[in-house]
Design a protein around this ligand. Structure first.
Ligand SMILES: CC(C)(COP(=O)(O)OP(=O)(O)OC[C@H]1O[C@@H](n2cnc3c(N)ncnc32)[C@H](O)[C@@H]1OP(=O)(O)O)[C@@H](O)C(=O)NCCC(=O)NCCS
Length: 163
């Protein structure tokens, strides 16, 4: 890492939505693509707010849907910058469902979003660095880096197959 790189703390994002009828699949649970769209939006916001630049989604990895979201439930979305490369970084996004009546809360899904910071000519541009200090931050960093590495290897394979 170059010495002059600014270290800037990335504020995590916590946001809420509600499952509306138009978000449902034929099983009457929330359509996965609609959940991913909310997660993608949260990843873009948490990264752009920290980087102070527009960031586009380069890849979405390691999404696990563990429990469904149902109509009327509150969707709780947490996003944080987990790993930073040069012009790309990874945001971990986690989603919980909250039942408004009972207050019950269940973990729904998690995913890792690689976002690339862009300049006004749509070219990748260098990001600041985040401080990685706590054990939890270090573990998350290593996990995200591992996911990114695996994804880049897959991308290379896909490119070779396309040739
Ligand atoms: C993302 C994009 C800008 C990368 O362009 P590129 O010419 O491959 O750029 P580079 O090779 O210089 O890569 C820039 C960074 O992105 C990373 N990257 C590129 N493609 C990636 C991918 N598919 N997944 C994860 N990271 C990726 C590179 O590893 C590099 O990271 P680093 O700077 O931290 O080392 C380009 O593929 C693009 O514009 N994609 C469309 C993005 C978009 O429109 N998203 C919205 C949804 S359609």
């Amino acid at each position: 890492m170059e010495r002059t790189r600014e270290i800037r703390r990335a504020e995590p994002l916590e946001t809420f939505e509600v499952v509306f009828p138009q978000d449902l699949n034929p099983m009457n649970t929330m359509f996965g693509g609609a959940v991913v769209a909310l997660m993608d939006k949260a990843a873009g916001i948490v990264v752009s707010r920290w980087a102070r630049r527009v960031a586009v989604t380069a890849s979405i990895d390691a999404i696990q849907f563990l429990t469904p979201l149902r109509q009327g439930q509150m969707i709780e979305i947490h996003a944080q910058v987990a790993y930073v490369g040069k012009s790309s970084c990874m945001a971990r996004v986690q989603v919980w469902g909250n039942d408004i009546g009972s207050g019950d809360r269940h973990f729904c899904c998690e995913g890792f979003f690689t976002m690339v910071s862009m300049d006004s000519n749509f070219r990748p541009v260098a990001l600041p660095m985040i401080p990685v200090e706590t054990e939890e931050e270090k573990q998350l960093w290593d996990y995200a880096r591992h996911i990114k590495q695996a994804m880049l290897e897959r991308r290379e394979q896909a490119r070779q197959m396309a040739e």
